[in-house]
Design a protein around this ligand. Sequence first.
Ligand code: CTP
Ligand code: MG
Length: 243
Amino acid sequence: MPTSHKDTNLRTAAVIPAAGRGVRLGPGAPKALRTLGGVPILVHAVRAMARVRAVQVLVVVAPPEGAAEVRALLDAHGLPESTDIRVVPGGDSRQESVRLGLAALPDDVDVVLVHDAARPLVPVETVEGVVEAVRAGAPAVVPGLPLADTVKSVDPASHTVTGTPQRALLRAVQTPQGFDRATLAKAHATVTEDVTDDASMVEQLGVPVLVVPGHEEAFKVTRPLDLVLAEAVLARRRATDGY
Ligand code: CTP
Ligand code: MG
């Protein structure tokens, strides 16, 4: 019988890029180290991934000079012993940080999730949906949501609209994005253009990318108002499910 990643004991890992400064959030500590409900955003994101049974290995990509601090922070927050958590220093771009995280994966990992530390409140079901789709054979999977706003393309020099893509054909994509490890490794080894997510690198290889349902609570903490929203979501969870 041919072996495929569906019927072996290979493991699923999550790379969590957390090396960004968070310029759009305004002055302060690196975004992943800012707190929500008194707990660093990164710790929320690591817990969210560690809560998923299928995910057995985590690689946290820390700010370039902050790996020791991040290691200490994670140890101080008592994360589950059953998850193998590694910390590596990141790079100047998200892409570089993910590449450095991939380099720290153990050999027996065949499915890789890449999850922004800046999406601390992703629900377990969203992560599970991505893992299941990769395990079922999709080489690349992204969680996506329909857009609320109409989107225009513009000429940035003249501030003139150049087009309006049909909204029904657009999706806002989130993380975790899930991949067959070899596919993601090949994408990172061959694509050099600037990209803002991992799936777009895989798209450039001509590999199909499957969209599964995203979740509103998987939003990325990017601007100051997102912190207000995240605090509200967390407060509601703590009130309703003893989170
Ligand atoms: N990231 C990273 N290494 C970088 C840049 C970004 O690991 N050199 C990570 C961020 O820490 C974040 C994720 O990539 O978890 C998504 O990036 P983004 O939301 O853009 O975060 P920042 O780059 O930190 O924010 P900004 O662009 O506002 O500076
Ligand atoms: Mg950024």
